[in-house]
Design a protein around this ligand. Structure first.
Ligand code: ZN
Ligand code: ZN
Ligand code: FE
Length: 764
């Protein structure tokens, strides 16, 4: 007989960990106890040595779905115990827990089975959950994660639910949001005036009928409202786009099951694993042709964002919908964030009714309050796992583990796709996607989130790090509102710090930031940068850049990429060329723009890679005025002719000590070949191939000169999977170690992490 003590840390409280330990101990005939303490979950256990070993192995291998063990400390105990069974020791009130609140988890298979079983007491109950699934972050006000601290506090459990809650062997033991039809939240349907039409499950059945008739419904979900309509019904999709002021950007859909998803899109095993995992994100997938749903869902690309039902409510909705819609087509619903244009997602019933009544025809409401807004996450599914476009529901607040302990620091994030990051010990907590800090609604969400994160992590930052751009609302917050010591870090260095930290890399690294725009240290606009970062000594150097070109009208040029194309042509001295058909459209404005360029009026220089994509897309006639960020690049990527293998050599010159990649000549060659009649599809492919090769040569040269063999890739352009794959392969072929983002999006959502880790180093 031996006795051991295990102290387990990580996300091990509020996830059914103690009952799991209890069952495991029984399985191996072990005696002892398990309890939640300030130091973590403490297991005091006694039995035969081989059983103890098997127990320890299973503890790691079979941990509950929502648990994440980070560390297990093992102590050999020399005294014998007096245990004669295995017990779960109740937590003593007032114990401080190292609680990590779990992200919201998609409905589990056990709950799904109950919801669809006519004999079960939870048949079609839309708020069914258990210890292994259901809402967490979105219903939690503060820690400890206990029912009174959640929005379930106002629902008193019925005797049946109470029995489950108190039984260590029940799947609902200490499931804080546990509820049933008799005691839990309810749903109802209203018109735009807020008048209740039907209540309970009849309201979901009615909503299904209305959707089938082509109506738009604002449905309260897990982390906010969705705007919902039939994805097979072009008139509804068109109406939704019109009312939401979202003309071109792809709309995500939900289908009832993976089989239906496979009728709509090509899905490989990795993508299927991601779609059906506990996070259930929106996965961007190549559509099958002929496309069986509305062509208006994603007019600019051959990809579509698809997700599977992740709450019981979704399962119930599809249950009714499948009865109405014709069986030869999969039931598919548009589910897009319940907001107008770029505002944050709505969360309260009254707030939604106020903000969405001009978009939705009906409201499907419920009375379980959402305390934290959280959009759906959006990912690409690659062989290496998800590549994030948006990280929110299902992933937040899982931490990024840092390479060492340090002071708590807040990263305030940039302007677009803002997130905040708060560090605690050796962990960094990056918030859910907050949006573009361009309106007060989003700024309020930003402030709300900083307070909420300080609350759930019980941590007060000792410094804040802001973007080098002084006018971002996040920079102003840091400077004027935070009351903390402020550091500022240039945007693209923050990108590289971020990708290094995600990969646990310490030391000197080359960094390629392929981005839209960020204010550079020389006060031009950066975004196609070759950097050197040492995250130990905090050395930061700019080694190279894309050939800078003027953006005529500044911000205006980003909205109207033809101005950027004209900037390139002007630099090349071929601006008077009338061979490009799109030029006719702008004949009157063209003269003014050219004058601005001649005299260098309101035409800031930009080395942004995103701007190069915009310019090429405009040159090829794919886009003149954009409807959403990245539209030019998305259309450009779509049209490429994959049979083409030719590319242009992209040279580089050293100017003012900086290695300048000659993206100007690259643009010139494309313009020339376009004039002589080469198809845009071929030119687009050549552009992608040439740029990837050009960047690879550029990095190789810097690697030879500095002796650094590692390169980190970051920035919004890394969401272009064509360029991203080409570049990673080419660099790896040259023997370089390539770091990419795997936990956070490569876009500006990763900046706050880079800022926070930089701040910690500065404090040291
Ligand atoms: Zn469950
Ligand atoms: Zn109940
Ligand atoms: Fe950026």
């Amino acid at each position: 007989m031996k006795r051991k003590q295990y102290i387990v840390n990580g996300r091990v409280q509020g996830v059914g960990f103690r009952p799991f330990v209890f069952r495991l101990a029984k399985e191996f005939s072990l005696k002892g106890s398990v309890s939640n303490t300030e130091d973590g979950v403490v297991i005091d256990i006694e039995g035969e040595e081989q059983n103890l070993d098997a127990f320890a192995q299973n503890l790691i291998d079979k941990q509950p779905p929502l648990a994440r063990i980070i560390n297990v400390e093992i102590r050999e105990m020399h005294s014998r115990s007096h245990f004669d069974e295995f017990l779960i020791t109740p937590s003593s009130p007032g114990t401080k827990h190292q609680v990590l609140i779990s992200p919201d988890a998609a409905v589990c298979n056990d709950c799904k089975r109950e919801i669809l079983d006519p004999g079960d007491r939870r048949y079609l109950y839309p708020f069914t959950n258990c210890t292994n699934c259901g809402p967490r972050l979105t219903i939690t006000r503060s820690i400890p994660y206990d029912r009174p601290m959640t929005s379930m506090a106002c629902f008193e459990m019925c005797p049946d639910c109470m029995v489950e809650y108190n039984d260590p062997l029940n799947r609902r033991f200490h499931a804080q949001p546990n509820a049933c039809e008799a005691c839990g939240p309810r749903v109802w349907l209203t018109d735009t005036q807020g008048r209740e039409l039907v209540e309970g499950n009849r309201s979901i059945a009615r909503a299904a009928e209305l959707l089938a008739q082509g109506k738009i419904i604002a449905a309260k979900g897990l982390g906010g409202f969705h705007l919902v309509c039939d994805a097979g019904h072009s008139k509804s999709v068109e109406e939704l786009r019109h009312r939401k002021n979202r003309p071109g950007k792809s709309l995500a859909i939900m289908v009832p099951d993976i089989e239906s998803a496979k009728m709509v899109a090509h899905i490989n095993p990795q993508q299927e694993t991601i779609m059906t995992g506990m996070e259930h994100p929106i996965v961007i997938l190549p559509v099958k042709k002929p496309f069986i749903l509305s062509p208006l869902l994603s007019p600019d690309t051959d990809n579509l964002g698809i997700m599977l039902p992740y709450t019981p409510f979704h399962i119930v909705l599809f249950h009714y919908l499948k009865k109405i819609l014709s069986p030869d087509k999969p039931a598919a619903l548009v589910m897009t964030s319940g907001n107008f244009s770029s505002e944050p997602i709505s969360l309260g019933n009254r707030e939604a009714q106020r903000r969405l009544s001009r978009i939705a025809d009906f409201f499907l409401l419920h009375n379980r309050d959402i305390l934290t807004r959280c959009d759906d996450s959006v990912v690409f599914g690659t062989d290496d796992g998800p590549v994030f476009l948006r990280r929110a529901r299902g992933y937040t607040p899982s931490p990024v583990f840092l390479s060492g302990r340090g002071a708590p620091v807040l990263g305030a994030g940039p302007e677009l796709k803002n997130t905040i990051c708060l560090t605690k010990n050796d962990q960094a907590y990056v918030s859910q996607h907050l949006g573009d800090l361009k309106n007060l609604e989003t700024y309020d969400f930003f402030l709300e989130t900083i307070i909420h994160f300080k609350d759930i992590l019980q941590v007060e930052p000792m410094a804040v790090v802001r973007d080098f751009h002084p006018d971002y609302l996040s920079s102003k917050y840091a400077q004027e509102e935070s009351g903390l010591p402020v550091f500022n870090l240039q945007h693209h260095f923050a990108h590289i710090f971020s990708v290094m930290e995600e990969n646990g890399f310490q030391g000197s690294c080359l960094g390629v930031a392929l981005d839209g725009t960020g204010l550079g240290l020389d006060h031009t606009l950066w975004g196609g940068e070759l950097l050197l970062v040492n995250n130990k000594s905090l050395t930061m150097e700019r080694l190279g850049l894309f050939h800078p070109v003027p953006l005529a009208g500044g911000e205006k040029a980003i909205e109207e990429p033809w101005r950027i194309a004209l900037g390139f042509l002007h630099r090349l001295g071929i601006e008077d060329d009338h061979d490009f058909s799109w030029m006719e459209k702008f004949d009157s404005q063209r003269k003014i723009i050219l004058k601005m360029l001649d005299r260098n009026i309101n035409s800031p220089l930009s080395s942004g890679c995103g701007r190069l994509f915009d310019a090429v897309a405009a040159l090829l006639g794919l886009v003149q005025r954009i409807e959403y960020e990245g539209q030019g690049a998305i259309r450009l990527e779509k049209i490429q002719d994959h049979a083409e293998t030719n590319y242009y050599e992209t040279g580089m010159v050293r100017r003012d000590g900086l290695l300048t990649l000659d993206t100007l000549s690259l643009f010139g060659k494309i313009a020339e070949d376009l004039k002589s009649g080469t198809r845009p599809e071929i030119l687009s492919r050549r552009f992608h191939l040439s740029l990837a090769r050009g960047i690879c040569g550029w990095v190789e040269k810097a690697s030879r000169e500095t002796g650094i063999q590692t390169v980190g890739l970051s920035g919004g352009v890394m969401q272009n999977m064509t360029l991203s794959r080409l570049l990673q392969n080419l660099l790896a072929d040259k023997g370089l170690r390539v770091l990419t983002h795997k936990i956070l999006p490569p876009n500006d959502a990763c900046v706050s992490l880079g800022q926070a880790v930089y701040g910690r180093k500065m404090l040291e």
